[in-house]
Design a protein around this ligand. Structure first.
Ligand SMILES: Cc1cc2nc3c(=O)[nH]c(=O)nc-3n(C[C@H](O)[C@H](O)[C@H](O)COP(=O)(O)OP(=O)(O)OC[C@H]3O[C@@H](n4cnc5c(N)ncnc54)[C@H](O)[C@@H]3O)c2cc1C
Length: 493
């Protein structure tokens, strides 16, 4: 029998945005809590691919939990980002109409938003005003529903911020900890066997995203099935920063993530999205039909001056869901095991989901909560050279000269930032990339990639051949060429 690596009041399985929001909320209370993640870093699941648009709570039928948490989560986001030093921009959204029929649909949507108490909404029918708000919008647009609270946020920044703050307040994080089996014992809770040892927990929160059904199956809970949709999209160079100020979205599109052109907190522009049901769950391929045949023409219908040659990275993500509404409830097999499966706007809802799970659901099944007097909500991000004034840069470089050595030229990322990212938990090239943005610019890591590999190798004390892009099966250096040459020479003797 494996030694128990940790015994906790609550264990959260899965370090995406849902698990991160739950563990941060738990860290506000006097209890022991841990989060287990199967990957070598946090935010490597669906959340890694999110657009980071914070929707304001567009009500849909048969989804009361989604409607409630999305609106509340949106209203919580600004303060949380301020506390956690996460890039946030209240961009607002324009949902546009091209004809009278669409205008009538916008009028209906406005009534529905107001009835649901969504603040900051108005219908803009003055075309001149619309063009002042969004100068590059198509001449064919006749009206737009403006939701002022829609925001854009760094999706990775939020997860890193929530988890770092939870850990600073006493929670524990275990990476490379895949939950493989769970034994339930009605008196003391659960015993979990993982790839990082065994753990005991009084309560479990299953936030395993696409794998939540499999994890629930470990306690023989087969009450739900997780499926999902693939979304393809395109990142455009920050050279066209400012081409849109709002998230501009086509009313024709279905679902929360149809055709849109969006600013990001980093200046690049996101185009999306080709949303599809694909036969293989988790399929992340992109297709020419999706990118050139769907996204580009549809986005140029909204913003005709969009230059296709400014596309720097096409990619896709997979949104897990378990029905029309979010699934957030105790398992029918064991009420101390809480299942969470979000959906299309799960990122927006995440903070409210964390609060709902910790303050309502867990107490309703017996968890005692007592506020932790010393809880500190503040966390500081890695200092980013790119965002500092000349004086601030000089001061930082004076303290640590590594901040004066630029490794990623496209995004102006210094060696100091990369070393700090590793100190905070990055073990892979993606871990560094999502914490610092090295490799996210126009050259997509062509210049800085090998340098980042060498820094990871040096700081982690492992050979460069063992450094991976995102964990097992993704090593980037296969051989040292000189050794191959030596071998070849040896072979020819
Ligand atoms: C392309 C795309 C764009 C999106 N855009 C938006 C948007 O703009 N706005 C918005 O609000 N929402 C958006 N969403 C939706 C949102 O991203 C998701 O709802 C949300 O990220 C789901 O988070 P999660 O934590 O539930 O899942 P995940 O992020 O997938 O986290 C689950 C974690 O559990 C881990 N795990 C799985 N099994 C185990 C195990 N056995 N042991 C330990 N760990 C395990 C996984 O490795 C993973 O890290 C988008 C989604 C996609 C894919």
């Amino acid at each position: 029998m494996q030694k128990v690596a940790g015994k906790f009041d609550v264990i959260v399985i899965g370090a995406g945005v849902a698990g991160a929001a739950v563990i941060r909320e738990l860290s506000k209370y006097n209890l022991s809590a841990a989060i287990l993640e199967k990957e070598p870093d946090v935010c490597f699941g669906a959340t890694k691919g999110t657009h980071g648009i914070v929707h304001c709570g567009f009500p849909v039928d048969d989804a009361p939990i989604k409607n409630r948490t999305e609106m509340k989560g949106c209203l919580m986001m600004e303060q949380a980002c301020a506390d956690l030093d996460v890039p946030y921009q209240k961009a607002g959204k324009l949902l546009v109409a091209f004809n009278e029929e669409e205008l009538r649909a916008l009028q209906k949507a406005l009534v529905s938003l107001k009835r649901n108490g969504v603040p900051g909404v108005e219908l803009v029918t003055d075309k001149d005003r619309l063009r002042v708000m969004e100068p590059n919008i198509s001449d064919q647009v006749i009206a737009a529903l403006h939701t002022a609270n829609t925001a854009v946020v760094s999706p990775w920044g939020l997860v890193f911020g929530l988890i770092e703050n939870a850990v600073a307040n006493g929670a524990k994080l275990y990476i490379d900890a895949k939950v493989q089996s769970i034994t339930a014992n009605n008196e003391s809770g659960f015993l979990l066997q993982t790839s990082a040892g065994s753990f005991a927990a009084g309560y479990i929160v299953n936030a395993a995203g696409l794998f939540a059904g499999k994890v629930a199956g470990l306690i023989k809970d087969n009450s739900f099935v997780v499926s999902g949709t693939r979304q393809q999209r395109i990142v455009m160079d920050k050279k066209i920063e400012g081409i849109v100020r709002h998230v501009v979205r086509d009313l024709r599109a279905t679902g929360a993530h149809g055709d849109f052109v969006s600013p990001t907190v980093y200046g690049d522009i996101l185009l999306g999205a080709k949303v599809e049901n694909v036969p293989e769950v988790g399929d992340l391929r992109t297709t020419r039909e999706g990118l050139d045949g769907w996204i580009l023409p549809r986005c140029r219908r909204l913003i005709p001056s969009l230059p296709p040659q400014m596309s720097i990275k096409p990619f896709s993500g997979y949104i897990p869901k378990a029905g029309a509404d979010y699934l957030i409830k105790p398992s029918p097999v064991n009420s101390r095991f809480i299942n969470i499966v979000l959906g299309g706007s799960g990122f927006s809802a995440s903070l409210a989901v964390g609060e709902y799970v910790v303050n309502e659901i867990l107490p309703s099944v017996g968890l005692q909560l007592q506020k932790k007097p010393g809880f500190n909500p503040i966390r500081k991000d890695i200092p980013h050279i790119h965002d500092l004034t000349d004086e601030e840069r000089a001061e930082l470089i004076g303290k640590d000269p590594l901040y004066g050595h630029i490794v990623c030229r496209c995004e102006t990322v210094s060696e100091g930032e990369i070393v700090e990212a590793i100190r905070r938990g990055a073990r892979t090239r993606d871990g560094v990339k999502f914490r610092t943005r090295s490799g996210m610019g126009r050259c997509q890591g062509g210049f800085c990639g090998p340098r980042v590999l060498r820094i990871l190798s040096r700081e982690l004390g492992i050979p460069v051949e063992q450094v991976t892009r995102k964990g097992e099966g993704s090593t980037e250096v296969l051989y040292r060429t000189k050794e191959l040459l030596k071998e070849a020479k040896g072979g020819s003797k």
